[in-house]
Ligand binder design. Structure first.
Ligand SMILES: NC(=O)C1=CN([C@@H]2O[C@H](COP(=O)(O)OP(=O)(O)OC[C@H]3O[C@@H](n4cnc5c(N)ncnc54)[C@H](OP(=O)(O)O)[C@@H]3O)[C@@H](O)[C@H]2O)C=CC1
Ligand SMILES: Nc1nc(=O)c2c([nH]1)NC[C@@H]1CN(c3ccc(C(=O)N[C@@H](CCC(=O)O)C(=O)O)cc3)C=[N+]21
Length: 294
């Protein structure tokens, strides 16, 4: 038996289509066009790829993009001044500051400066707190995408033994909160965890957000488990080219798992689709319109 491959690309395209439909309705009925501002500091090849694909998705959803490129040497004060301007701009529904930032800039200070109502990344302490309290919040995009993909193959996660590998503020911790909200029994592992393979073998649902190419082997996977691979790792490929692989050794795990997400074409595209959804939700909330249930 080989696993069901969860087609993130197709599922993400469907979600983006639904968002575009709702955006058109919001424009028609309320005269509101959602806008997403993306701020990129410095020149990082990978970040530029993400920013381009975000802008493309924004346009396709019928929303207004505004991209702000700042030099690597920009001061924290200059970046904070731009955020203040975007916070006050009514045409901007969502603000995303691409991470990581150069060392002269404190990312926590920048995140805290974003109006929580425009924090479509869900990284602001207000949204983090609201998520952990179980209150409505803007929820981080990659974690939401992981949950949506898992629920495509297993609609109720209640009672599942879930293992999250990774405890970052942008993936591991928020995905653990969302799993808890879905009534899964959640374990969070990290670099100090003892006997990770044994822990992984107990998991009905395994979410890998580590940043280590193919760390999770096939024999770490419980037969029939759902495996969600968040990792994006660039490795040397054939003919001097690079290719991207996940945190899971896909060719091994696909033989054991019940369902698995590929890299590319899994969580990555869902992250972008969830960003579109958050921007729509933010625009609705800012204009007193009830957000659609998508
Ligand atoms: N598909 C998408 O949309 C996105 C993909 N990513 C990708 O996901 C991956 C994780 O990203 P991010 O959370 O930002 O990464 P971080 O580097 O911030 O966090 C990595 C986590 O993995 C843990 N870890 C590292 N090595 C091991 C190990 N050997 N065993 C167990 N745990 C380990 C770390 O533990 P400790 O805390 O102890 O250091 C840490 O908690 C990356 O590949 C990134 O590119 C990220 C965002 C979006
Ligand atoms: N403020 C902030 N918010 C983020 O959400 C954020 C960030 N900073 N910094 C970087 C990470 C990474 N990230 C990805 C988004 C999409 C893909 C994606 O679409 N990947 C495709 C293609 C990848 C490729 O070919 O390079 C795929 O997996 O199929 C990947 C990674 C968002 N991040």
């Amino acid at each position: 038996m080989t696993a069901t491959i969860i087609d993130g690309k197709t599922i993400a395209a469907e979600l983006r289509g639904k968002v575009a439909f709702e955006v058109a309705q919001l424009k028609r009925e309320h005269g509101v066009t959602p806008g997403l501002a993306v701020v990129l500091v410095g020149q990082n090849a990978a970040s530029e790829v993400y920013v381009r694909s975000k802008s493309k998705a924004v346009v396709e959803a019928g929303m207004t993009p505004s991209d702000h490129k700042l030099p690597e040497t920009v001061s924290e004060a200059e970046l904070l001044a731009l955020i203040d301007k975007l916070n006050k701009n009514k045409a901007v529904s969502g603000i995303l500051v691409q991470l990581p930032l150069p060392p002269q800039i404190d990312p926590q200070k920048v995140i805290a400066a974003i109006d929580p109502a425009k924090d479509v990344d869900g990284f602001h302490p207000v949204n983090v707190g609201r998520l952990s309290l179980g209150l409505p919040a803007l929820v981080p995009c990659t974690p939401s995408g992981c949950i949506m993909l898992a629920k495509m193959v297993w609609p109720s996660l209640a009672g599942l033994d879930a293992l999250v590998i990774g405890r970052s503020n942008i993936v591991g911790k928020p995905v653990a909160q969302l799993l808890l909200a879905e009534n899964a029994t959640v374990t969070v592992a990290h670099s100090k965890t003892k006997d990770l393979p044994a822990l992984a073998r107990r998991a009905d649902l395994l979410i890998a957000a580590i940043g280590k190419a193919e760390l999770v082997r096939g024999d770490w996977v419980k037969p029939g488990a759902i495996v969600i691979d968040v990792g994006i790792n660039r490795v040397a490929g054939d003919g001097g080219k690079s290719r991207i692989v996940g945190d899971v050794a896909f060719d091994e795990a696909v033989k054991v798992a019940g369902a698995i997400t590929p890299v590319p074409g899994g969580v990555g595209p869902m992250t972008i689709a969830c960003l579109m959804l958050n921007t729509l939700r933010a625009a609705c909330a800012q204009n007193g319109v009830k957000a659609p249930r998508l």
